[in-house]
Design a protein around this ligand. Structure first.
Ligand code: G3H
Ligand code: 13P
Ligand code: ZN
Length: 328
């Protein structure tokens, strides 16, 4: 059944677990998340970006979610708008049956000026007012995630957060977080704590220093009732880089957020962990392998089924690693 993000994350907070939020764009990705959740007996957060809504068409996406709710009746499902850029994007998501929306008022903030902050507060508050009236939860964002400067992909130098801004600029200010939540009443807050979107986050394995665990701990202590969200949380597993490169891919060596760091973050208050890149890599690596191993085959199901299963394995692993498993 469909539930709101607030309902799910309140349960996660009471029971000390985290919930991965997986991006989907098509049927195979939707089925991958749900089959993994069924096996792990996990509640799920499925999220769609604006790009996903354009790619799949709102009508297709909406009816697919209806179908997933029907096919997996035993599982609680949150359908979430990822990185909503305006009240209109959030409103149409709600019209399409989403139970949670992110109003990313930090997308506009290319400089951290007081006007940017005021814009973020106002636009987020606007969304909270109408979303809450519909029983829909809201995620806000405060702080700058490295790669958002250059769009959703990698930073210009290919090294994510490290190259774009200096470290302190990447971190959410706890005082400002308290003020932001008081003024907006968001259910969940995405904080900047050293991660960035895409595969090219770090040029070596990051430690607790780079990931600013103290910022998470401090914000959680002061906002115990606001669920913290970690974007850019793909681990970029070595085996998936190797798989892609073994079958003709050209991904330069890179490092994501190690699973054990995500587990530490959950222990100190992170509840929603956004993952897209790892799923993309599992699908692409598997399809590359199928093409090389079976060049004569041209039935899309022959590579889409194993690709779906590879993404399913990533999702299943995270459900278990984050303690989501068994909580459906
Ligand atoms: O945060 C971004 C997600 O990975 C979605 O990416 O906008 O290319 O669909 P996208
Ligand atoms: P990754 O690129 O690390 O998977 O992050 C996805 C994300 O934050 C979606 O909002
Ligand atoms: Zn994100």
């Amino acid at each position: 059944a469909r539930i709101s993000l607030r309902q799910l994350l309140d349960h996660a907070a009471e029971n000390d677990y985290g919930v991965p939020a997986f991006n989907i764009n098509n049927m195979e990705q939707g089925l991958a998340v749900m089959d993994a959740a069924r096996k792990a007996e996990s509640p799920v957060i499925i999220q769609a970006s604006r790009g996903a809504r354009n790619y799949a068409h709102d009508t297709m996406l909406t009816k697919m979610i209806d179908a997933l709710v029907e096919i997996y009746p035993e599982l609680p499902i949150v359908m979430h708008q990822d990185h909503g850029n305006s009240p209109a994007t959030c409103a149409t998501a709600i019209q399409n049956g989403f139970t949670s929306v992110m109003m990313d008022g930090s997308l506009m903030a290319d400089a951290k000026t007081p006007a940017d902050y005021e814009y973020n507060v106002n636009v987020t508050k606007t969304v909270v007012d109408f979303a809450h009236a519909c029983g829909v939860s809201v995620e806000g964002e405060l702080g700058v995630l490295g790669s958002l400067e250059t769009g959703m992909g990698e930073a210009e130098d290919g090294h994510g957060a490290e190259g774009v801004l200096d470290h302190s600029q990447l971190l959410t200010d706890p005082d400002q977080a308290v003020d932001f939540v008081a003024k907006t009443n968001v259910d969940a807050l995405a904080i900047a704590m050293g991660t960035s979107h895409g595969a090219y986050k770090f040029s070596r394995k990051p430690d607790g220093e780079v990931l600013a665990m103290h910022v998470i701990a401090e914000i959680h202590k002061r906002l115990p009732n606001t669920h913290l969200v970690m974007h850019g949380s793909s681990s970029v597993p070595q085996e998936l880089q190797d798989l892609i490169n073994a079958y003709g891919g050209e991904m330069p060596q890179t490092y994501g957020v190690p699973v054990e760091e995500l587990q530490k973050a959950i222990k100190i208050g992170v509840r929603k962990i956004n993952i897209d890149t790892d799923c993309r890599m599992a699908i692409t690596g598997t399809i590359r392998k199928c093409f090389i191993e079976n060049p004569a085959n041209f039935d899309p199901r022959s590579y889409l089924k194993p690709a779906k299963e590879a993404m399913q394995q990533v999702c299943y692993d995270r459900f278990v690693q984050f303690g989501t498993a068994g909580n459906a």
